[in-house]
Ligand binder design. Sequence first.
Ligand SMILES: *Cc1c(COP(=O)(O)O)cnc(C)c1O
Length: 399
Amino acid sequence: MSSDKTTNQPALELHSRTRAVHAGSRRSQYGEMAEALFMTQGFVYDSAEQAEARFIQSGPEEFIYARYANPTSRMFEDRMASLEGTEDAFATASGMAAVNGVLMSITKPGDHIVSAKALFGSCIYILDLLVKFGVEVTYVDGTDLDQWKAALRPDTKAVFFESVSNPGLEVTDIEGVAKLAHEVGALVVVDNVFATPIFSRAVEQGADVVVYSTTKHVDGGGRCLGGVVCGTRQFVREVLEPYLKHTGAAISPFNAWLMLNGLTTLDLRVRAMSDSALKLAQALEDHPKLSRVVYPGLPNHPQYDLAMRQMGTGSTMIAIDVGTKEEAFRTLNRLQIAKISNNLGDAKSIVTHPATTTHQRLPEADKLALGITAGLLRISVGLEHADDLIADLRQALAD
Ligand SMILES: *Cc1c(COP(=O)(O)O)cnc(C)c1O
C-alpha cells in the first residue's frame, strides 16, 4: 500500500468511518499509536536563519505559533477536511468563531449577502454586525428556491444557511441553492451542524465552504467548544487563515485533541442517535398532547423527500409542540433521563425550550415566523436506549 509520507494516508478510497479513525494522523519520531497532544504554543528554531525562513514560508511540518497552527490542531483539521471531502480546513475555538471568520473574511462594505432567516441566534448577531459595517443582507425563507432566486443579484458575494435549521428543523436544498448562487458567482456557505459530515457532505452537494460547530456531535460528550471551516486550499489559506490567525480564533490544541478522539466514533454515534430519533419521533407522532412532531425523517415533514435525498436520514434532532409554556415547563421538569440544557449532539439526550432560552431575545413575531412557539421543545437524541427515551418522554407528557 503506497502512502503519502507527510500525512501517512493510504492511497485507497476509504469510507468516512475509516477516515474518521485514521485521516490526518501524524506521528512523531516515537511512533506513538494515539494522536499526540502537542500542548505547546511555540516552536524552537535551530537557528536564526531557520526562524527567518519559516516566517517567509513554512512547510507542512513546520509550525510557528499555535494561533496560526499546531500539530494536534492540524491533525484535527486534516481529519475534518478528509471527512467533508475538502482540500483543507481551519479549526476554531468555537462554532461561532468559524461562522464569524468566514463571513468577516469574505465581505467588505457595499457587499451583498443572502441568508436564510431560520438561523441560530448568534449567526443572526453576526449578520447584524456585517450590516453595521456596511454589508447588505437580504433574508429569505431558506426552503423556498424562488425566494433565493429573487434575492440573488450579480453583486451577491455569498449565500448563507443552515442545511437543517435550529430549532425548526427546516431542510434547505443545498444543491438547489448552490446552483442558483453559482449562476451569479456567489460563494455558498453552509452551516452543516445538524447534518454532520456523516449524513451530508455539503461540498459534494454544491457548497463551497462548510462550517461546523464541533462542540456538538464531533465532541459528542459535551466537553469542550470547537469549530471548523472546510473549503478549498486557496480559500482556507489565502482568504480565511489571514483573518483567523490575526484575530485569535484558533482552537486550543487540547480541545482539538479531544475532538480528534470524538471523531473516531462519530459515525457510530450519529447513526445510533438518528435510529433512536426516528423511533422516538414515531412513538410520539400520534400523541394526543402534541400539536406537532417535527422530524425530517417522518414522511409528514414538509421536506421529507429532500431530507432523504440529502442526508438519507432525519438526523438526531426532533421538535415537538406541547401547546403552552406552562405545559413545556411541566414536561421538562418531569424528565427523568433526558436533561434540560441547550447543547446538542451529546451522548446524553437534551431537551431545550427555545422560546425562553436559545431564542429568548428574538422579537415575538420573528419567533413565530420561525415556528418557535411557546410550547416548542427541541430534543437532541443521545445514546441511551431508544425504549428508555420513549418511556421518559411518555411519562413526562402524561397527565
Ligand atoms: C451551536 C451552533 C453554532 C455555534 O457553535 P458554538 O460552538 O456554540 O459556537 C452555530 N450554528 C449552529 C447550527 C449551531 O447549532
